[in-house]
Write a protein that binds this ligand. Sequence first.
Ligand SMILES: *Cc1c(COP(=O)(O)O)cnc(C)c1O
Length: 420
Amino acid sequence: MANLDASSAYALDAKDDLAHFRDKFVSRDPELIYLDGNSLGRLPRATMTRLQDLVEKEWGDRLIRGWNEGWFEMAQKVGDKIGQLIGAQPGEVIVGDSTSVNLYKLALAAVLARPNRPQIITDDLNFPSDVYILQGIAQQAPGRTVRVVHSADQIHGPVADISAALNERTALLSLSHTVFKSGYTYDLAAVSAAARDAGALTLWDFSHSVGSVPINVTEAKVDMAVGCTYKYLNGGPGAPAFLYVRRSLQEQLRNPIAGWFGQQNMFDFGLDYQPTAGIRRFMVGTPPILGLAAVDVGVNIVLEAGMAKLRQKSVQQTEYLIALYHEFLAPLGFRLNSPTEGARRGSHISIGHDEGWRINQAFIHDTHVLPDFRAPDNLRLGIAPLYTTFVDLHTAVMRLRNLVANKVYEKYDVERTAVT
Ligand SMILES: *Cc1c(COP(=O)(O)O)cnc(C)c1O
């Protein structure tokens, strides 16, 4: 990229046919550059009116009748919309519980469905919560072990070593599709095929992929998946997560948390658990209706923009940001901790620096940019193509360059705070 001055950013924004989507989101502080949409997406304006309406008219006026006026089906309806984003068929996705809990339900169900295979495989780029859950399952299900395959550079997924580790002892391969630190994205179809060839089930975490990377679980023959709705889907803090189970597998798996929402004819109130047919068997208890409504609004916006266009803009923006990094940040001691190959990259860029923590503090407090920080030295710059502009990226990099060049970060403590 030849021209990297501010005019390049304005020119790219002028040509962006998704630019108008930014107006669909609340942004009251024009100075703030928000580069953390990969941790908590912005608030859609439509969410405010939808929740206000739901609270006043549905909860307020309709009370318990609301369950027969749409609430009961909502987890599945919103699930089917998310299904469109990941290439699933209707009836293969349901929304409810957190990503962590959904991972637990599906991983344990899979392990118990493959009793003669004692091994679970994951990698050390996975989100720690995912690894904890798999380790906990290995402790609860006697004889099981977790093999955590090591990534040598801590950027790229250890694909060859994972393939080599898969064998007739493997019950489950569970990975983050796009990894939370480096933003590396696995080849979904190829890695799923390797697991399938070994007779293992696959369970993917799409938290950093859904709404940012095109996914087709049907074409890639994925068995199971989970994912988050408060990142690129803009569902709001603690919004309920989703889970996907391939239809032909659904009846073979038993939800290890047998709750009344997964029970056949739940309103018969029988005392023997009999799982209901289809994806609803993976529900547990009463779904969070307010949270589901917010997810619905967020997903509608992503569907309206279209994954193909969002991906195209995201790749263009990560490439632009990497070009800015080479020009302005690499000379100041920064390292690129994300893949250089566009096809293997999600929608965030990690850059490392020996002074990463203090630089991050100065970035937030002195320059009014919100990135996030991932230990030991990573600044994560999240691009949400629905509302991130090229000017945002250019301005953020200029602010970062100036604060490092002028050593503004030196006034900050080296101690870390609780939430980074
Ligand atoms: C964000 C994220 C989660 C979040 O899990 P919660 O249960 O919602 O806290 C899980 N896995 C991955 C890979 C994530 O990026």
